[in-house]
Design a protein around this ligand. Structure first.
Ligand SMILES: [Zn+2]
Ligand SMILES: [Zn+2]
Length: 249
């Protein structure tokens, strides 16, 4: 599998970090994990035709993870001499179809390209031939879920936004790559629904992943050097997420 980080930031504008979006390429599929603002443009920047995306899995419906969905679908429907030749699947947690129907209420048929399927993968799993995916509920908002993707004998876990939880630890045990949020710069910033560096360290040490990507970084996290703090306290290889960084799994 090949991961390209499209957005390593949050909802706050940041010249170096876009809102959440990750491209995962398996042998036969192109998958987006979240589609925050700017994701579609970043695909073009790395030479990936957005019409080749097969699946988008949403961790939850916060705008920094879904902001580019309507532009993505609008561009798919009115693709200007380029044609989409395969179905497109959108997946989310509980309430995702209600969210999509509300978006459709606002935009109508502008965002309903041919071959569009909208589904909820509530704590379930799916087998798509060249990859398998498992969703697990994590504590952030009602619809939030983390994903584990298995392909070619390797596994990747994406936390989405989350607080500290056993469900994320259990999903991540011995995974090859864990993409984990660290939204809070240190313990004094602690708020419900996000992780501090110490909670990320505890999660890594309890689940023993091979490699870790630290993401969803506010500018305070960069100033406080959270990635270095985490790196100093775990055995796994720790990678700082950066927009357009490629990680092979
Ligand atoms: Zn977020
Ligand atoms: Zn969120």
């Amino acid at each position: 599998m090949k991961l390209t980080i499209l957005g390593s930031g949050t909802c706050i504008p940041n010249t170096k970090r876009g809102s959440s979006g990750y491209l995962l390429e398996t042998s036969d599929s192109k998958i987006l994990l979240d589609c925050g603002s700017g994701t579609t443009w970043k695909l073009e920047q790395i030479g990936i035709n957005y019409l080749e995306i097969d699946h988008i899995f949403f961790s939850h419906i916060h705008p920094d993870h879904t902001g580019d969905l309507a532009p993505f679908l609008f561009a798919t429907k009115y693709s200007h001499f380029r044609e989409r030749e395969k179905p497109l699947y959108l997946w989310g947690g509980k309430g995702f179809t209600t969210f999509f129907n509300a978006l459709k209420e606002a935009y109508g048929n502008w965002i309903t390209p041919d071959g569009l399927n909208v589904e909820e993968l509530k704590g379930g799993s799916g087998d798509f031939g060249d990859f398998k995916i498992t969703a697990t509920k994590v504590p952030h908002i009602e619809s939030s879920q983390a994903y584990k993707i298995e392909s070619e004998g390797k596994t990747l876990v994406y936390s989405g936004d989350t607080d500290y939880s056993d469900s994320l630890i259990n999903l991540s045990v011995n995974t090859d790559l864990l993409i984990i949020e660290c939204a809070l710069a240190n313990d004094s910033y602690k708020m419900r629904g996000h992780l501090t560096p110490n909670e990320v360290i505890k999660t890594i040490n309890a689940s023993n992943p091979q490699k870790v990507v630290i993401t969803h970084l506010y500018s305070e996290c960069d100033e406080e050097k959270v990635v270095q703090t985490i790196r100093n306290n775990v055995d796994a290889e720790v990678i700082e997420a950066r927009d357009l960084l490629v990680v092979n799994i």
